[in-house]
Design a protein around this ligand. Structure first.
Ligand SMILES: Cc1cc2nc3c(=O)[nH]c(=O)nc-3n(C[C@H](O)[C@H](O)[C@H](O)COP(=O)(O)OP(=O)(O)OC[C@H]3O[C@@H](n4cnc5c(N)ncnc54)[C@H](O)[C@@H]3O)c2cc1C
Length: 272
């Protein structure tokens, strides 16, 4: 197996153009597992961890650009104000995995259980892809993820990063697993309240072939807040009917059953 160590993005993209089969490796926390278990044996690996363009983040026009090579440890330390991203980053693996694992690697793997994915999805974010000749394109999350571990990246492209509009308002990331740490999500959820757009966005991971949005729930909660006048005055109480509907077990118990059922099966089969 040959390993290439480009230090410039241009160089890396030229390699990708000439050898589209070259497999990028960033932190290696997904890829090395596949290699160790003999699930993959690429002839050509390309280390993208030294590319400066991937290792930065910046705020631009009220948007966040998060380079593909930014690790969870850096996201936690350097972007604590991006609350959902920081919470998701904190939930990933162990300190060692967070030191190596990158957001770009999570997008590259495109697992429905990836913890960075719901954060991108709840922000209605896009994945920025780049190819030789300065060809950059931004792909909305809904067009990037095509299925479990499948995405719309072309063989000659690399993930440059993720980009989303910074939302004003509360946000959170939660995760249910078989134990408290070092765990793949049985279910995860990212909630973003966008006070300027007066919308609520909810992304759910590990409950379908791809991370899913919950448009009915989003519309219901945004509507309930509007009916209460709570977008203008957060202390305004919700109308009693909406409050009853929110706490009506018939609306959500079915879904919770699925999660608890999966938890029970996993704790028997994977965590003896
Ligand atoms: C013990 C352990 C615990 C874990 N816990 C969690 C967890 O709690 N939550 C979670 O979401 N994940 C978890 N993971 C999985 C993994 O850490 C994450 O998915 C991480 O984000 C992968 O990033 P990486 O940089 O290591 O990716 P790599 O392994 O380097 O790459 C992953 C994939 O992305 C591609 N890729 C990487 N960078 C680029 C790029 N710039 N352009 C194009 N393709 C690229 C690679 O070719 C590969 O297909 C865990 C893994 C281990 C081993």
């Amino acid at each position: 197996m040959e390993v290439l160590l480009p230090r410039k993005l241009e160089e890396a993209l030229e390699v990708k153009a000439a050898h589209p089969e070259a497999v990028p490796i960033a932190g290696g926390t997904d890829l090395m597992v596949d290699l160790n278990f003999d699930r993959a044996r690429p002839e050509l690996l390309m280390d993208v961890s030294r590319l400066p363009e991937l290792n930065l983040w910046r705020r631009e026009d009220n948007h966040l650009f998060l380079g593909a090579g930014v690790t969870y440890t850096r996201a936690l330390r350097e972007l604590p104000e991006m609350r959902a991203l920081a919470q998701a980053s904190r939930s990933v693996g162990s300190p060692q995995i967070r030191n190596r694992g990158t957001v770009g690697g999570n997008l590259g793997t495109s697992s429905p259980a990836g913890d960075a994915v719901p954060v991108l999805v709840a922000h209605d974010g896009e994945v920025v892809l780049v190819a030789a000749g300065d060809r950059t394109r931004s792909v909305l999350w809904s067009e990037f993820f095509l299925g479990p571990k499948r995405n719309a990246m072309a063989p000659e492209e690399l993930i440059l990063g993720a980009r989303w509009k910074v939302a004003r308002g509360p946000q959170s990331f939660s995760k249910v697993g078989t134990r408290n740490a070092m765990v793949i999500a049985v279910a995860n959820l990212c909630l973003v309240m966008d006070e300027d757009a007066r919308t609520i966005r909810v992304a759910l991971g590990s409950v379908g072939p791809m991370v899913l949005r919950a448009p009915d729930a989003e519309a219901f909660v945004a509507g309930a807040l509007a009916r209460a006048g709570a977008w203008d005055d957060p202390s305004a109480p919700l109308p009693p009917d909406d409050l009853d509907a929110l706490f009506d077990p018939a609306r959500y118990v079915g879904n919770l059953d699925v999660v608890f059922d999966r938890l029970a099966k996993l704790s028997v089969s994977e965590d003896p």
